[in-house]
Design a protein around this ligand. Structure first.
Ligand code: ATP
Ligand code: MG
Length: 439
């Protein structure tokens, strides 16, 4: 291992000391006969200044040959600087070239020459060297960490449910088939059904952080073919509002932590986190039809699902009326939701089905699940699904069933909305989309 003494963000505490740092040449230039380098590592950027009078001829020779993205190790002294952005610079005593980058670069990690998104994704490794882009993923990792931390603290057990399934779980055609020896299997669209089975198994409170796949030929800024979710399920709920309270707390916990512990990254991205008030506002069907018509003159036929535009409009409405970026939508029409949701017994047109919306974009779906065996079978029939092929799931509801509910919160969607990233492809390291499977 090449031993460094410091990362770039630790150098302010090392003024006057001899140090060794390792990283990429972010930029190199000569001004007024002085060689300036910017060295970038995982933590930031530091200026290296090599005036003729203060450095050896070896160092000067190397400086003159360096290109952008060469990898170097630099030994030198940390001194205060009036010109450098960080207030310090390094006077190098030795520069070792670890590797040389080919020229020209297909993408400029300084971001001086702007590239379109497709080029950026093609050259994602260089693209992720842009400090702002790295910051997105440092924050995303923290979001996942703090979701987990919250759930563990609250007594949820982490579970790993299968990604390969022998049958279609949600109904619909948006599944990827895979060859499974002589048979066909599918990539899961959601860890939903196995979460329910674990609740029946007595697991009480669980979460599954993992991938799901959607074979949707959609080219929207919100959809990926592979995405990850924080999927939570809990037993013995009174109704769907119990799941809403858990989700709120989970989000507030993570937001507070991001605000406190990702200060540097947020600053780099020019973002500020506001902690929302709880409970989040809740809008319900069928009242939603009225709101849309009254506020926006938008007519959705009674009993039908709303569309993407409505989601956005309701976001504007809630922001105006309740000053909140978050809100829940509850009691979706049953016809818009999968067979396993619980309906309102008194009016079965509506389901105890909840979406969370953040800045006008869906973040999660969930709510209360139907746990009564006869009702599940009836709902399968109503959805015109093959009852026999779902026995692997439904049979377990015969032997001691309990109320349950949960939600699946999209990690990339949440990152995207939190940081106002305009396309979800930028909130996932290596996006899988209809047109892209590599790198
Ligand atoms: P949408 O209506 O926005 O397409 P959905 O209702 O099909 O989403 P769900 O099945 O409810 O999605 O999945 C739960 C959550 O997983 C969503 O709320 C979202 O955060 C995330 N998610 C679902 N599909 C995708 C996708 N194709 N790309 C990225 N995230 C997704
Ligand atoms: Mg949904």
């Amino acid at each position: 291992m090449i031993k460094r003494t410091h990362y770039t963000n630790e150098l302010k505490k090392a003024i006057g000391k001899d140090i060794k740092i390792v990283g990429w040449v972010h930029d190199s230039r000569v001004l007024g006969g002085i060689n300036f380098l910017l060295l970038r590592d995982n933590k930031g950027i530091v200026q290296i200044t090599a005036p003729k009078a203060k450095v050896s001829s070896d160092v000067l020779k190397i400086c003159q040959k360096l290109h952008q993205e060469d990898v170097i190790a630099v030994k030198g002294k940390v001194v205060k600087s009036k010109i450098a952005k960080t207030g310090i610079e390094i006077i190098p005593s030795k520069i070792e070239v670890i590797s040389q980058a080919h020229v020209p670069l297909p993408l400029d990690p300084r971001g001086v020459t702007k590239a379109n998104l497709d080029t950026r994704l093609e050259w994602r490794v260089l693209d992720l060297r842009v400090p702002e882009n790295l910051a997105i993923f440092k924050i995303q990792a923290k979001i996942a960490e703090w979701f987990e931390e919250y759930l563990r603290k609250e007594g949820y057990l982490q579970v790993f449910t299968p990604c390969l399934i022998g049958g279609i779980s949600e109904g619909g055609a948006d599944v990827f088939p895979v060859v499974y020896f002589e048979k066909q299997a599918f990539l899961r669209q959601d860890p939903q059904l196995h979460r329910e089975l674990l609740i029946l198994a007595g697991f009480d409170k669980i979460f599954d952080l993992g991938p799901s796949w959607r074979a949707e030929l959609s080219h929207t800024p919100r959809h990926l073919c592979e995405h990850r979710g924080c999927a939570v399920e809990l037993a013995f709920i009174k109704d769907e509002t119990d799941t809403m309270r858990v989700e709120e707390e989970l989000i507030i916990y993570a937001l507070k932590k991001v605000k406190k512990e990702c200060e540097e990254e947020l600053k780099l991205l020019g973002k500020e986190i506001k902690i929302p008030r709880t409970p989040f506002p809740e809008l319900r069907f069928p009242k939603i039809y009225e709101v849309l018509e009254k506020e926006f003159d938008k007519k959705i036929p009674y009993g039908e699902d709303y569309d993407r535009e409505s989601e956005k409009l309701l976001g504007e409405y809630v922001k105006r009326k309740y000053k909140s970026d978050f809100f829940f939508v509850n009691r979706f029409p049953f016809k818009a939701k999968p067979f396993y949701v619980m309906r309102v017994d008194e009016d079965p047109r509506w389901a105890r089905s909840v979406d969370l919306i953040f800045k006008g974009v869906e973040q999660s779906s969930g709510g209360q699940r139907e746990h009564r065996y006869e009702k599940i079978i009836q709902q399968l029939k109503e959805k015109q699904m093959n009852v026999e092929s779902m026995r692997w799931f439904t049979e377990h509801f015969k032997y001691g069933t309990i109320s349950m509910g949960g939600f699946n919160l999209g990690i990339e969607r949440f990152t995207m909305q939190l940081l106002d990233v305009s396309n979800i492809r930028e909130a996932v390291l290596f996006p899988r989309t209809p047109e892209r499977m590599l790198p």
